[in-house]
Design a protein around this ligand. Structure first.
Ligand SMILES: Cc1cc2nc3c(=O)[nH]c(=O)nc-3n(C[C@H](O)[C@H](O)[C@H](O)COP(=O)(O)OP(=O)(O)OC[C@H]3O[C@@H](n4cnc5c(N)ncnc54)[C@H](O)[C@@H]3O)c2cc1C
Length: 406
């Protein structure tokens, strides 16, 4: 550690956020022999969010989604256990909520996406009631399975928000898991299941939509397309849905259980930093989508859910992004030209039953981008991809991805 005049601590590379992006890029930088890397992360527990869907749908125990942060911090990386509340890119400093400053030579911004439970009137209240659940927060996901497994009749509504979202299709996963469970229990026909999606199709890729539509028909799910949740009355247990931007044509639905995913945005302290795109474009950190470097501050980089890169936000996207960013930053430190470009790859594994997945792999224009070249078969419902999603990828995440090895 060095001590500067305007800040208490200096590090060569400072990473804001020790989630999927922060730890895996830190691990890669250490592998590429970059010294003095620090991660600023306030949470004691690291969360593997893709597992939240399995927790909510009852195909994984809650413990499978979390490990102590200290146990997954890559070797040789300093952990600053603190929350960032500002960045001054001209002074090359990051301010912590404690009032301290950390200065940097290179900065990587990856604090994830913000889940705005207050953005829909009544939603927060509904989530605090016994009938509101979600896979988008660890606590709500644990509650979700307790509630879903007890349902024997009535109406269960699942909602997916409009606007930017992390792994948007994940909103649907607990629904398919629950329907399969209810079918096995012999009660599916007694339950009205309604899905509200903001888009005119279930996902946006014809081959994936066809698979999901087949499952939706199989389970007897009613879909409200091009609609979003605009208001919840937690006391009456009703929601209002409407087409985006319209107030006139609202539909009221009564629910017994509401599984909701909140609107999402850039963390609210980011737009004040001069690093972000306009709020009407989401307010995320401006980056060149190919190099992941900031277009105006060459010592600032961003990746993951907080970056305004063109791709669909997911952990799968990060597997490509961390390699590109780490190699480019290591080259920049040596004064070399940036060697890597990100190809826009992203992924959404739709868990469509308790033993099968439809594995969507696509680029930043939702064109198929299969990992196994020319083989689009993973986009069909398969048991193999369920095993990959539920067992193989979590192992790879904890043991390789977070160490910067995959
Ligand atoms: C329910 C759900 C299911 C998903 N399923 C899949 C899936 O099946 N496949 C897939 O590929 N992706 C999936 N994703 C998406 C994937 O989890 C994210 O894309 C990925 O975690 C993004 O990584 P990140 O590091 O950008 O953000 P995160 O992993 O969210 O990490 C951000 C970190 O920054 C920290 N932080 C926040 N604010 C500050 C601050 N002010 N100062 C310092 N630190 C801060 C947070 O504590 C957190 O640790 C899913 C996401 C959810 C929510």
């Amino acid at each position: 550690m060095k001590y500067g005049q305007s800040s208490s601590v200096h590090h060569n590379v400072v990473i804001i956020g020790g989630g999927n992006a922060g730890l895996s890029v830190a691990g890669r930088l250490r592998r590429y022999k970059v010294d003095d890397v620090a991660v600023i992360e306030p949470r004691e527990q690291h969360l593997y969010q893709p597992m939240f869907s399995h927790v909510a749908g009852g195909t994984a125990a809650p413990a499978k989604a979390t490990k102590p942060q200290a146990s997954v911090m890559p070797k040789g990386v300093s952990w600053i256990k603190a929350r960032v509340d500002g960045i001054d890119p001209l002074a090359q400093t990051v301010s912590l909520s404690s009032g301290e400053l950390v200065s940097y030579s290179q900065l990587i911004v990856c604090p994830g996406i913000q889940k705005n439970w207050d953005a829909v009137p009544g939603l927060g209240e509904a989530m605090d009631s016994p009938f509101g659940i979600s896979n988008y927060e660890y606590e709500y996901a644990q509650k979700a399975w307790k509630v879903l497994r007890g349902v024997r009749g009535g109406t269960v509504v699942f909602t997916q928000p409009a606007g930017p979202a992390t792994c948007a299709g994940a909103a649907q996963k607990p629904m398919y898991l629950a329907c399969d469970f209810w079918r096995q229990e012999g009660v599916l026909n007694d339950i009205r299941v309604v899905l509200v999606v903001p888009t005119p199709s279930l996902f946006g890729m014809p081959m994936i939509d066809a698979e999901l539509e087949r499952k939706v028909a199989e389970y007897g799910i009613e879909v409200r397309y091009s609609r979003q949740l605009v208001e919840v009355d937690a006391a009456e247990k009703t929601i209002q849905i409407a087409a985006e931007g319209t107030d006139g044509s609202r539909e009221t639905l009564a629910y017994d259980v509401l599984h909701a995913v909140p609107p999402q945005s850039a963390p609210n302290w980011l737009p004040a930093t001069d690093l972000c795109v306009d709020p009407d474009q989401g307010g995320f950190v401006d980056v060149d989508s190919l190099t992941l470097r900031h277009p105006r501050y060459s010592d600032v980089w961003a990746l993951g859910d907080a970056a305004a890169s063109f791709n669909s936000k997911s952990g799968g996207a990060l597997r490509q992004q961390t390699k590109v960013l780490a190699k480019n930053l290591a080259a920049a430190l040596k004064g070399k030209t940036l060697p890597e470009t990100y190809n826009g790859y992203s992924v959404c594994p739709f868990v469509v039953s308790r033993s099968s997945v439809v594995f969507a792999e696509f680029d930043d224009r939702y064109r198929p981008m299969p990992t196994i070249p020319f083989w689009k078969g993973l986009a069909k419902e398969r048991r193999l991809t369920f095993v990959a999603d539920r067992y193989v990828l979590p192992w790879v995440y904890w043991h390789l991805i977070l160490k910067g090895r995959a």
